[in-house]
Write a protein of this length. Structure first.
Length: 306
């Protein structure tokens, strides 16, 4: 009987020890195998297996990889003939420290990205060279709230977003350079040069990704949704767009322009060509008229001489 009691006690102690080592990653729900290591909750990121620190934000590259992995293995699996918008969510290649590799590929198609993982060149074959990972130094987040009878209080709005971004996403307030309100648009500027960023500080690209997911209702946080509330009033968000400014200008050719821009250029070119054609035809007609007038005058002159 005593051996049985000893075994049961040993099992209880092991269970207690395991329970003490278990933890929950509040800042990232796309992880597995979480454990406390020196008082810090560390987990394995889905899709890459990279160990992440749950006391801070997970890099955007690892988050995107985890989301793609979940999409491919979950009930949202697409038919074999379906295709994805690779300029949005794609399965990225990440460095060991979680940052994007400068060159990203989808099969035999490759392109260069910035530190936010956003394509900054045209798409090429696998011979493409991306010499460096260009840093995104300025991120502009544009939010549009739903229509309302009265505009929001600009000062209250500015205070809410500055405090929320600093507290929720652990971003140093000095990187939140501007919050502007032009009813119904809210514009948030995040600026962070590589020389300004200290070791261990979160990156503005990761903050923008977390924030965009939050306002679109697909929070990365575990059981911690963001409510945009200004002066104790919940403000529904209708649309969110994120713009990226790199320290080196992107390298896009004509073929990467949007259909709208291309249409405008085509219209301008057609108008110029049409103008040239009209001018040439007008000059030709004028020339013929002058020639006919000279011919008639010569005939009249000959008649008088006769």
């Amino acid at each position: 009987m005593e051996p049985l009691r000893g075994a049961a006690l040993l099992l209880l102690l092991c269970a207690a020890a395991c329970a003490q080592n278990d933890c929950v990653c509040q800042k990232n729900k796309r992880v597995t195998d979480c454990a406390l290591v020196n008082g810090v909750c560390q987990c394995s990121s889905i899709g890459s297996g990279v160990i992440v620190n749950c006391d801070t934000l997970t890099s955007k590259c690892l988050l995107m990889k985890a989301e793609v992995k979940s999409t491919k293995s979950g009930r949202r699996e697409k038919p074999k003939d379906a295709f994805e918008d690779t300029d949005g969510l794609y399965d990225p290649e990440c460095e060991n420290n979680g940052v994007f590799k400068a060159k990203q590929c989808n099969g035999t198609t490759c392109w260069c990205v910035n530190t936010a993982g956003v394509r900054r060149t045209d798409k090429h074959d696998t011979d493409l060279k991306c010499n460096q990972l260009v840093r995104t130094t300025w991120i502009i987040i544009e939010i549009k709230h739903t229509e309302r009878e009265t505009p929001l209080n600009p000062e209250s709005l500015k205070k809410f977003f500055k405090e929320t971004i600093a507290r929720r996403y652990l971003l140093n307030g000095r990187y939140i350079t501007n919050v502007m309100y032009e009813n119904p648009y809210i514009t948030i500027d995040l600026k962070q040069n590589s020389s300004d960023k200290s070791a261990g500080e979160v990156d503005i690209a990761d903050v923008a990704y977390y924030f965009e997911k939050d306002v679109k209702g697909d929070s990365i946080f575990l059981n911690d949704r963001l409510n945009v509330s200004i002066d104790n009033e919940v403000v529904p968000i209708e649309k969110t767009v994120v713009y990226y400014v790199d320290e080196i200008a992107p390298e896009f050719s004509m073929k990467s322009l949007t259909p709208g821009v291309i249409a405008v250029i085509v219209i301008v070119i057609v108008a110029i060509v049409a103008g040239i054609v009209v001018l040439v035809l007008t000059r030709r007609k004028k020339g013929k008229y002058v020639k006919a007038e000279v011919k008639e005058m010569n005939e009249m002159h000959r008649g008088l001489n006769a």
